[in-house]
Design a protein around this ligand. Structure first.
Ligand code: UDP
Length: 235
């Protein structure tokens, strides 16, 4: 069994039907899935996006707010989500630690990789917030970076779809699911797994990326135990 994994959730995943904000019922569901992993001896790191609150590109769209400022607003959004995630994990009886790439000591620990590793060894779930701490990056890149830094054997991107398709399954009935693809295929324009920076970093570090349906109960543990029927893998 893979002992240490990093799971990435998009901000939108937390929003529920509203498309905005945080739905505690969804958080509760996610925490249950994470608890199953911890109960089975898996060390879990989490990266959450911020798209349910604000995205830099959108905030800067009309030219009033600068892109860099919009990106910092986006990174702060991921901290808001991280605080909520820490709460729900503790509510489930798990131990959790929120770390942030941008210092805010009253709210979260600064990101320190050795400290994160120590938490993971003690079966604490570590939530990495504020992305990479730099504008112009995404939380997918942050997830790839943190997964590599903590020596995770797998990065699981938890999404609303079963895996990677040759075209958008929401738009095309004849879209075909691809079980395994290479990093180079993932860099092709029509396959949107993650942005190119994230894929390139994963490729350099030979980090396998699994794209999986988070709404399939028990799927995360199944994947870690080697059942990849409900996901796709980039490796
Ligand atoms: N962001 C950033 N640097 C990072 C990670 C995130 O500037 O390293 C900002 C960026 O503006 C992004 C926002 O935070 O739009 C929210 O992250 P993301 O869009 O990746 O969230 P998701 O789509 O996963 O919800």
């Amino acid at each position: 069994m893979d002992k240490r994994v990093l799971v990435k959730f998009s901000g939108e995943a937390l929003a529920g039907d509203e498309g905005y904000g945080i739905d505690t019922k969804i958080l509760d569901y996610i925490a249950e899935e994470i608890k199953e992993l911890v109960d089975n001896g898996v060390q879990v790191g989490i990266v959450i996006g911020g798209g349910n609150i604000i995205r830099g590109v959108t905030a800067a769209a009309d030219g009033i707010i600068k892109r860099t400022s919009g990106d910092y607003m986006g990174m702060l959004g991921t901290v808001i989500n991280g605080i909520a995630m820490q709460e729900v994990l503790e509510h489930k009886g798990l131990k959790a630690r929120l770390q942030t790439a941008i210092k805010m000591e009253q709210i979260a620990e600064p990101f320190i990789v050795r400290k994160a590793a120590r938490h993971l060894e003690k079966n604490r779930v570590v939530i990495f917030s504020a992305g990479t701490g730099n504008p112009y990056f995404t939380t997918d890149t942050a997830a790839t970076l943190r997964a590599t830094e903590i020596g995770a054997s797998l990065l699981i991107k938890a999404t609303k779809v079963d895996g990677i398709y040759d075209k958008d399954p929401m738009k095309f009935d004849d879209a075909v699911k691809l079980d395994t693809i290479t990093y180079d295929q993932a860099l092709e324009d029509h396959i949107k797994v993650m942005d190119d920076t994230a894929i390139a970093l994963a490729k350099d570090n030979k980090l396998p990326i699994v794209v999986a349906n988070m709404n399939e109960k028990g799927n995360l543990l199944k994947i870690i135990n080697g059942d990849t029927s409900k996901c796709s893998i980039v490796k």
